[in-house]
Ligand binder design. Structure first.
Ligand code: 5GP
Length: 336
């Protein structure tokens, strides 16, 4: 029977595994997780009763975990039914951000890494979210050429967010004896232009293995018929629900590298910039039309996490290294 959509059940968007409808608040959406399992760009498909609920419950736990750590996500809360979550409405960026801690899947095929080997440092890769094009891999230059990022977003901020998420997950999953091998994130901007994590945090987007036995606890169970999907997801949920939260990492001391760049604001007449520009012109370089003098600081610092390191870098950049009245600062932060 065809139903006329009312304001609340009208479908805003529908993907392979989720349906979006308007939320009760204007900036929110209701996300219903379907009972559909798909793989290989939709070539393999199966209805699996209860899968939507499992993915909604697992996503809610993982989003909450990130929110508690101060990582911005779309997650507002649970919905009216077990397979529904409430999200902040985001303008999604068509990027798949993949983080890899151990070699599995396409990275093994493409680069011949030994399956299961640990990478020296987490790797990040970007893919274009386009079913028609088959989600091809992107370089930074291709991201620029395709104008994938809106003006308010930048790739360094997306990388930092993804590595911060990874650090929280590595600590958390270790505590429930799960190897978090790799995962795919999607990000978007809220109405104020803030970068946030969107999509879902379910085993559909992750590779999880039992840390001792190597037992599959993710969609590879379905992709390659390795195990029963429902049992695998249920086992993961059981471990997540049995664990009280993120282990306390405040005593840890990790090393990070930061580069802080300070420059005079574009519309501010900076005497140093003017002097150098005049000197260049006098020396015959009339071709130089604009010049903004700046300073770059390279720092190595220790912190309990990337989230804590970023807080320090922001304070140092804003309060100490720059004069906020006339200068802008930007930073790149990564694992040492
Ligand atoms: P791979 O590139 O090895 O196939 O995938 C790396 C990770 O990203 C895996 O955890 C995989 O589940 C996730 N991933 C990559 N592309 C997609 C996609 O199009 N859909 C989903 N659900 N996950 C993906």
């Amino acid at each position: 029977m065809l139903m006329t959509p009312t304001a609340s059940n009208q479908i805003l968007a529908e993907g392979k595994t989720k349906v979006l409808r308007p939320g009760e608040q204007p900036e929110e959406v209701r996300v219903t997780f379907k009972d559909a399992a798909t793989a290989f760009n939709g070539e393999k498909f199966q209805e699996i009763p209860g899968k939507g609920t499992l993915n909604a419950r697992i996503s809610a736990i993982l989003f909450e975990l990130l929110n508690q750590q101060g990582i911005p996500t779309c997650f507002v809360g649970k919905g009216a039914s077990e397979n529904e979550l409430i999200y902040r409405n985001l303008a999604m960026i068509p990027l798949e951000v993949v983080i890899r801690n151990f070699a599995y899947g396409s990275v093994v095929k493409r680069f011949k890494f030994e399956e299961g080997m640990a990478f020296k440092k987490p790797l990040i890769e970007f893919f274009y979210k386009s079913d028609d094009a088959g989600d091809p891999q992107l370089t930074d230059e291709m991201i620029d050429e395709l104008s994938i990022l809106p003006a308010e977003a930048n790739l360094d901020a997306i990388k930092l967010l993804a590595f911060q998420v990874n650090e929280v997950f590595l600590n958390y999953f270790k505590a429930i004896n799960v190897r978090c091998a790799d995962f795919k994130l999607e990000v978007g901007l809220d109405k104020s232009g803030n970068l946030m994590l969107g999509d879902e945090l379910s085993p559909d987007n992750f590779r999880f293995r039992d840390a001792d036995t190597g037992q599959v606890m993710d969609k590879d169970a379905f992709r390659f018929d390795l195990a029963d999907l429902t049992e695998s997801y249920q086992e993961l949920l059981r471990r997540l629900e049995g664990h009280p939260g993120v282990p306390d990492t405040s005593g840890l001391s990790n090393a990070y590298m930061a580069s802080i760049r300070v420059q005079s604001r574009k519309n501010i007449l900076n005497p140093e910039s003017k002097t150098i520009l005049n000197a260049l012109h006098t020396m015959g370089y009339a071709s130089v039309q604009e010049l903004r003098a700046g300073k770059e600081f390279s720092l190595k610092l220790t912190a309990s996490s990337l989230i804590e390191a970023e807080k320090q870098i922001k304070t140092i950049g804003e309060d100490i290294l720059s004069n906020p009245v006339i200068e802008d600062y930007s930073y790149i932060l990564r694992l040492a």
